[in-house]
Design a protein around this ligand. Structure first.
Ligand SMILES: [Zn+2]
Length: 303
């Protein structure tokens, strides 16, 4: 495997320096302060409003809810994904940067207990808000979509509906997608980020083979940026998160993950104790830089 260092030009370097740990922290604290973001809870659509408004405050005009109805535990719920679009000059290139914004405790049906979901997944959401803020004024070659999903914990519901919606309108095999799910608690793997590619050998997690090579290539860019951001990396495969339905539709998907979603090793996983006080701010800052750098490597206008 090549150990060649990724080239990062001055324009990208200066944008990466704009990543603000204070912004990320303040957004993460707000998001994890909602009593719960359980998809059945009365708070979920309130959180959606707050998230949509954050894009508006940054100046984005094209921000909307993608709505869907799902039956969960016997009741129907009207739910929202949040979609913020930024247009580039070539509509053939589209990058989706996504994260789920719902949370849970160990008992999945429990929608009333305190579920701060700071790492799972206010961390991914906060990183994306910071990336969107920095990219607002940038002229890009590719179209970007910043997307937040609900219903992930109930079985990837929001992303299932959004992938289906995109597929009905577009050829989504040209889409590239970066999913962030748990990117702020590296205690099980100190200083290390897991770069997930679409090369799972289990058919269940790899429905389409034609997109595998492009995903590995895309992952190599993220791997290069992880080193630039001061992180160690481990290469792994996509598994159990919102990228799955896009993979199934043929999109080129990768993910970043801190490796802490292991119930037997991490007592805070899907627990009331997944609070902001456990977040490693330097690590989350570095992951945010890695992801921003990955997007810029693909989406920035050639200078
Ligand atoms: Zn998650």
């Amino acid at each position: 495997m090549s150990t060649k260092k990724i080239e990062v030009d001055d324009a990208i370097k200066s944008l990466l320096r704009e990543v603000s740990s204070d912004n990320i922290r303040s957004n993460l604290i707000t998001i994890s302060s909602y009593h719960t973001r359980h998809t059945k809870s009365k708070y979920i659509n309130e959180v959606a409003e707050w998230l949509k408004n954050q894009f508006k405050i940054m100046g984005y005009q094209n921000v909307s809810f993608h709505t869907y109805r799902e039956n969960i535990d016997g009741d129907d719920y009207d739910l929202r994904n949040i979609v913020c679009k930024k247009y580039g000059i070539n509509s053939e290139c589209v990058i989706i940067l996504c994260a789920h914004y719902d949370s849970r405790v160990k008992k999945l049906r429990d929608s009333t207990s305190r579920a701060p979901g700071a790492n799972d997944n206010a961390s991914g959401v906060s990183a994306i808000l910071e990336i969107a803020r920095i990219l607002y004024k940038q002229k890009l070659y590719c179209n970007l979509q910043f997307v937040f999903f609900s219903g992930e914990e109930q079985g990837l519901l929001g992303s299932k509906h959004y992938a289906k919606f995109l597929k009905e309108k577009n050829n989504i095999s040209k889409y590239r997608l970066i999913n962030l799910d748990m990117v702020g608690y590296p205690q099980l793997n100190p200083g290390l980020v897991i770069v997930e590619r679409d090369n799972n050998t289990k058919l269940r997690y790899n429905k389409v083979r034609e997109n595998d090579a492009d995903s590995v290539k895309f992952g190599n860019i993220m791997r290069g940026m992880s080193r630039y951001a001061g992180l160690q990396y481990r290469l792994d495969s996509i598994y159990d998160s919102d990228y799955e339905h896009f993979e199934e539709e043929g999109s080129i998907v990768i993910g970043a993950y801190d490796g802490s979603g292991q119930e037997d090793l991490n007592p805070h996983y899907h627990d009331t104790s997944d609070t902001a006080s456990l977040i490693d701010w330097n690590y989350l800052n570095a992951v945010t830089k890695m992801v921003l750098g990955t997007i810029l490597k693909v989406a920035r206008l050639p200078s």
